[in-house]
Design a protein around this ligand. Structure first.
Ligand code: ADP
Ligand code: ADP
Length: 226
């Protein structure tokens, strides 16, 4: 089980609210897509869920546990960044292993097992000895997703993960993400400004405007509404 509930959440920078009075529940195994114009607060919302940004007011629950002020490591969440954020001097294998080695007490064997498992799902087994500069954009993106998967998080967060890829690769990765979500039964919150991604991936779409939730519903309801 993994649900995420934001309850009357605010984020202020100085006297400006980047997010205002946002209430939203992401259900177990749901693929929730956050959309809206640049600057409407999508990233800030995701970062608050991840614990990378302090919540100014309101509350955040993961599986009913109040994690409003919990450290990121205590949230059972992993995030995939648009820029991949891989360590350039490490092989793909080490990139996947590093976070687990630093923040968990898992044995080497268990870490290795998780890496093999994630690599197989993502079709990167053959690439594990390569460093990021020896990988294509799409391969880097897979490694970045792998690094999130090896944590076996309850919730997976994506911040515009496909926007650095060309159109063909984007289309392929959309299919891959859909498959991952289905096969692994993940709860996902996914930020994008791409309507096709929202339509194909989202079980629901939450449309934000100026820091507030404007509409929420199935993709067809959101995009076919007059
Ligand atoms: P989106 O992801 O929808 O493009 P963001 O969540 O990045 O929007 O930003 C929402 C608003 O908060 C924007 O007006 C942005 O300028 C502002 N903002 C984001 N981060 C900061 C920050 N660290 N300091 C001040 N303002 C910020
Ligand atoms: P360091 O530079 O700290 O010695 P290594 O790159 O040798 O780190 O790897 C750290 C650990 O991960 C070692 O236990 C190593 O055996 C294991 N490891 C690294 N790459 C692989 C791989 N491709 N397959 C299996 N284990 C690996």
């Amino acid at each position: 089980m993994a649900t995420v509930t934001l309850q009357n959440v605010f984020k202020s920078y100085g006297d400006r609210d980047a997010v205002q009075d946002l209430s939203l529940t992401v259900e177990n195994k749901e693929f929730m897509v956050l959309v809206g114009p640049s600057g409407c607060g999508k990233s800030t919302t995701l970062r608050m869920v991840a614990g990378l940004e302090e919540i100014s007011a309101g509350q955040l629950f993961i599986d009913g546990v109040n994690v409003t002020h919990a450290a990121p490591q205590q949230r059972d969440i992993a995030m995939v960044f648009q820029s991949y954020a891989l360590y350039p001097h490490m092989t793909a294998y080490r990139n996947l292993a590093f976070g687990l080695m630093k923040t968990t007490k898992l044995s080497k064997a268990e870490i290795d097992h998780r890496i093999r498992e994630a690599a197989e799902i993502l079709h990167i087994t053959e690439l594990l000895e390569r460093r990021p500069k020896e990988l294509s954009g799409g391969e880097r993106q897979r490694v970045a997703i792998g690094r999130a998967l090896v944590r076996k998080p309850k919730v997976l967060l994506f911040d515009e993960p496909l926007s650095n890829l060309d159109a063909k690769l984007r289309s392929r990765m959309r299919g891959e993400l859909k498959r991952l979500h289905r096969e692994l039964g993940l709860t996902v919150i996914y930020v994008t400004h791409d309507q096709i991604e929202a339509m194909t991936l989202g079980t629901r779409v939450a449309m934000m405007s100026k820091g507030a939730l404007q509409q929420i519903g199935a993709p067809m309801e959101i995009y076919m509404r007059p």
